[in-house]
Design a protein around this ligand. Structure first.
Ligand code: AHR
Length: 498
């Protein structure tokens, strides 16, 4: 049952810097994602701030560099002033998007504190559906203001002398989509509204990095947004959700492989805009963009509605099995291969909702998808290497192997992240490195493989052993480097200098 494949890279040809922000996470006031997930004031498992300590330990293991908040679609009804100041004074509101009551006890300051605890940069998204440009600019002042002005002073009066320095701001979320509280906007309307938001927010803080709403399914929407707003667009947002139509494994993998196309389409579009803007109207008292526009895949993940274990359809508490973990590794390879354009990506979401971590009143556990999310953060290099893969098919139109490769900062490690998606065959893979520096020739190959008993294997409370990890080392023999890749496995292969 052994099949043959090969992967070739050129150690001398770095293809692009891998932005650390590719490994971000997202949290939203949706079901038990925030309250009942990362935050529970009434749990014995929480610290004094109300953060679940068992959950925070697991979130920290993920080493996320970026955390997006408060939505998602929730932003369309969120008014940030409801979530600041003494908790007893905060307004309770119906969560008109996702249902339930939002007591707003987790708001801006709690979010910032959470980011600091897990070592992540905060990324806030403003309400442009039922909020105003002025409200958004006030939020910028509350977070970043340093002068003697109302909202900066309001923050100080809440106990935060130092500014929060929030650099990344999203202007709206999926504004092209009709939702309960949002509207199905025409792109011209989005452009006009966004320009007002940009001006007021940048006048508060010219250093903000802005994420504008793109549309991966509608290149024309994205083109028009960039045509008009490219001088102030640091990142163009797209959302990549695999929503497999049935429970078949091949359908799942195919649904993720097809995302190569929107990334290529978006890259072709971005290439039409200059790396920096030199002809910006100097009348504006804030600078234009000085670096190339990048993509923010600020929501990505797998909606396998067949695996919903939440109390309702909109709780989105999916139980991820090993097949989903192989899908996540495939997604991460895709982003790494496209690292020249993917400047940030935030997995939707973090706890309970579409999540790598589940929590209830008794405890918490890591789902199967936790393994690839963590592995990429732990082992990926700094620059991508272009990998050429010759792989057998596992079904019509689906390659068994999915690969990306990278090299570390000082060039001392060459890393391959390889998913053998074929559940029936092990694959003997020849690893070929052109221009391998001599220093590697006395080095070692470290192979770490994650696998599970079967594609349906899942973790649950008290049983977190569906995924096993095996590690081995051997000497590099430059003319004959092979890796045996187990069926339905995910492998990190590291060539290391002595
Ligand atoms: O992540 C759940 C929802 O999916 C988000 O609120 C929305 O932006 C997306 O459609």
């Amino acid at each position: 049952n052994l099949r043959q494949a090969s992967v070739t890279v050129d150690a001398g040809q770095q293809a692009g810097l891998i932005s650390p922000l590719q490994y971000g996470q997202f949290i939203e006031h949706l079901g038990r994602a925030v309250t009942g997930g990362i935050y529970d004031e009434h749990s014995a498992l929480s610290d004094q701030e109300g953060f679940r300590t068992d959950v925070i330990e697991k979130v920290k293991e993920l080493r996320t560099p970026l955390l997006r908040y408060p939505g998602g679609t929730f932003t369309k009804i969120y008014h940030w002033e409801d979530g600041v100041g003494p908790k007893s004074d905060r307004k309770k509101r119906k969560n008109l998007i996702w249902g339930g009551i939002e007591d707003n006890h987790f708001g801006t300051a709690e979010f910032i504190s959470y980011c600091r605890k897990i070592g992540a940069e905060p990324f806030l998204v403003v309400n442009m559906a039922t909020g105003t440009p002025e409200e958004a600019a006030n939020w910028v002042e509350y977070c970043n203001g340093t002068g003697d002005t109302y909202y900066a002073n309001l923050r100080r009066s809440h106990g935060f002398k130092e500014p929060f320095n929030v650099k990344y701001w999203g202007i709206g979320n999926e504004e092209y989509a009709e939702t309960d509280a949002g509207r199905d906007q025409e792109v011209q309307q989005y452009i006009k509204d966004t320009w007002l938001f940009v001006k007021l927010m940048k006048l508060q803080d010219p250093g903000l990095k802005l994420v504008l709403v793109g549309n991966q399914d509608d290149t024309e929407w994205s083109r028009q947004v960039l045509e008009k707003l490219n001088p102030v667009c640091d990142f163009l947002a797209i959302h990549l959700y695999s929503i497999p139509a049935d429970t078949s494994y091949n359908t799942l993998i195919k649904s993720i492989d097809q995302f190569e196309k929107p990334l290529l389409d978006m890259e072709a579009l971005l290439s039409k805009f200059p790396a920096k803007v030199t002809n910006f109207n100097s009348w504006y008292r804030f600078p234009a963009r000085t670096a190339p526009i990048q993509l923010a895949v600020d929501e990505w993940g797998i909606w396998d509605i067949h695996s919903n274990r939440g109390k309702g359809l909109f709780q989105m508490e999916y139980q991820y099995n090993w097949s989903h973990a192989l899908g996540v590794a495939t997604f991460l390879n895709l982003f790494q291969r496209h690292s020249s354009s993917v400047g940030m990506a935030t997995w939707a979401q973090t706890v309970n909702v579409l999540a790598p971590i589940m929590a209830d009143s008794t405890g918490s556990y890591r789902q199967t998808i936790f393994a690839p999310l963590k592995a990429f953060r732990d082992f990926s290099g700094k620059y991508t290497l272009k990998a050429t893969t010759i792989s057998p098919d596992m079904a019509t139109g689906i390659k068994a192997l999915d690969v990306s490769s990278s090299i570390t900062d000082q060039g001392k490690q060459i890393v391959f992240t390889i998913v053998n998606r074929d559940a029936a065959h092990a694959i003997n893979t020849a690893i070929k490195v052109d221009h391998l520096p001599n220093a590697f020739k006395k080095g070692t190959i470290r192979q770490i493989t994650w696998s599970a008993g079967n594609l349906n294997a899942v973790n649950t409370y008290g049983h977190e052993n569906a995924v096993s990890m095996k590690e081995s080392r051997r000497k590099i023999s430059p003319d004959h480097m092979n890796a045996l890749l187990a069926p339905a496995s995910f492998t990190v292969l590291i060539l290391e200098q002595p």
